[in-house]
Design a protein around this ligand. Sequence first.
Ligand code: IMP
Ligand code: MG
Length: 187
Amino acid sequence: MYPDLMDRIVFTEEDISRRIRDMAAEINADFGQEPGPLTVVSILKGGFIFLADLIRAVGLDITVDFMAITSYRESSSVSSGVRIVKDLSQSIFDRNVLVVEDIIDTGLTLSYILRNLKERRPRELKVCTLLNRAGSRIAPLTIDYYGFEVGDEFLVGYGLDYLQKWRNLRFICTLTEKGKEGAEYEV
Ligand code: IMP
Ligand code: MG
């Protein structure tokens, strides 16, 4: 499958599903003790595939909500920051909240989101990410659950994109130089 564009499989479908089972068991154990319902918040778009598998492995009474943000620190603008482009559809006041992310890199995006969500006074606010690139962290964060620690290599698949593509791979891989040039592929 696109051998000239994909470089190396870093996490297989089996690796991912095994870790999701473990993480779901921890989440069940922790939130099973907490009174009140749990809202799982997914940050679009990268987190949606992980969310779909994670919530089906979690056996608790949950609701799901979505948030989308844009980060403009890569633009030519001098300022940098994060803006909410789609907000939650329901209040999280006094609810237990689990934020689900695909990858936490510098932590700047998530620290903005957490600051924003805390102002809404949830009962409990925890973070779950499939991938953690702790070596790139700029904003210090407490991560309650993570699937895998990763290095510097740019990763795609299982929700993670490069130029909005590759999200539909069942595994996580790196791209070749040609793949990183944004070469076209057919699904
Ligand atoms: P940060 O933690 O604010 O630096 O940004 C994290 C976001 O950057 C993630 O939610 C992804 O959307 C994106 N990102 C960071 N590293 C990668 C990668 O290796 N592949 C794909 N997206 C990435
Ligand atoms: Mg993301």
